[in-house]
Design a protein around this ligand. Structure first.
Ligand SMILES: [Zn+2]
Length: 326
């Protein structure tokens, strides 16, 4: 009997056999798109890997599916407690980013301020699943918590692969920074304010070492160029087997700090960055980034780089981030 996690999730039906074991691990299907794998020996790490919070970001979903298959077939040893999540199955089936609203704005209880939908329910469910996973893992001695949430970007980017770490009071874990470096990221962005992302939630509530990974561009299921994802695949394989990934051979990763969150607060909000601007496009000091209600946002540093510009966001949401090099 084989369990094909992606096929089961896309089918929309519960699997015929929701749990099982191999010679070295036990696995359990915990709900649509949620599977837990536990090695039969004690281990110190509890790791959450998620993808498909945006349903059309297919390549990382396929990566995680491949990883689960290899672990279940026994071709790769599992040395950590592992929770694998396909975030938004209805939007995966529709090949859409989301159906009603963006789930990656809803975590940390923010789902309560959105109109109720499958996505608000799902965000709430995933919060509960993480709480239970980390609690049971801690009780079994796996107290080191990690969470990597895998995405692909919708726009072009001058850095193809990059990570975003949430704002947190405690220092960022050196082991995580080393892993991100080995995973071949071109850049790492440090947030300066809290947000409704899945990784901000896991960092804040569970003290997990958390990072959102943007891994390039995705195509529909079955059409991704997996060559693009080799380094992250190798790094994930090493992670679940508690090994060190192969060392980095690329030029060093760049580090950026968020210095401005551009918020749309008024109806007359105007963003002066084009909707198709590439991520990490630089703007010079004094450039007027946006205007609303007679006030403007300007580039304050000698140079600032833009991330995720979006002129069409709803009022109260973020229309872009501005960065400086750390
Ligand atoms: Zn995404």
């Amino acid at each position: 009997m084989t369990f094909d996690f992606l096929a089961e999730t896309l089918s929309g039906r519960p699997p015929e056999f929701p749990c099982g074991q191999t010679e070295t691990l036990d696995w359990q299907w915990l709900g649509e798109g949620i599977v837990e794998l536990s090695p039969r020996h004690t281990c110190t790490q509890a790791i959450v890997l998620s993808a498909g919070i945006h349903g059309n970001e297919t390549a990382p979903i396929e990566l995680l599916n491949q990883l689960v298959s290899e672990l279940l077939q026994g071709s790769r040893p599992l040395k950590v407690r592992l929770l694998v999540i396909m975030g938004n199955p209805p939007s995966m089936r529709a090949n859409k980013r989301y159906i009603q609203a963006d789930m990656n704005r809803m975590f940390g209880g923010r789902h309560a301020s959105f109109a109720p939908s499958d996505e608000t329910q799902r965000a709430q469910q995933l919060e509960q699943v993480l709480a239970q996973f980390y609690r049971l893992a801690s009780a079994a001695g796996a107290t080191e918590r990690l969470h990597y949430d895998l995405h692909t970007a919708i726009r072009g980017s001058l850095h193809t692969r990059f990570g975003l770490v949430p704002l947190q009071a405690r220092p960022y874990s050196l082991a995580m920074l080393n892993w991100l470096d080995a995973a071949g990221l071109d850049a790492l962005v440090y947030h300066r304010s809290p947000g409704g992302t899945f990784t901000h939630f896991s960092s804040k509530v569970f003290d997990a070492d958390s990072c959102t990974l943007e891994l390039g561009k995705a195509l529909p299921f079955g059409h991704n160029d997996h060559q693009q994802f080799v380094l992250i695949r190798q790094a994930l394989e090493a992670l679940v087997s508690d090994q060190l990934p192969p060392p980095r051979t690329l030029s060093p990763m760049k580090h950026y700090q968020v210095v401005q969150d551009i918020l749309r607060k008024q109806q007359d909000f105007q963003l002066h960055i084009p909707a198709d601007a590439l991520n990490f496009t630089a703007y010079p000091q004094g450039f007027v980034l946006a205007e609303q209600n007679g006030q403007d946002y300007r580039v304050e540093h000698a140079k600032e780089w833009v991330l995720f510009p979006n002129p069409n966001v709803a009022i109260g949401l973020r229309a872009g981030l501005m960065l400086i090099e750390k």
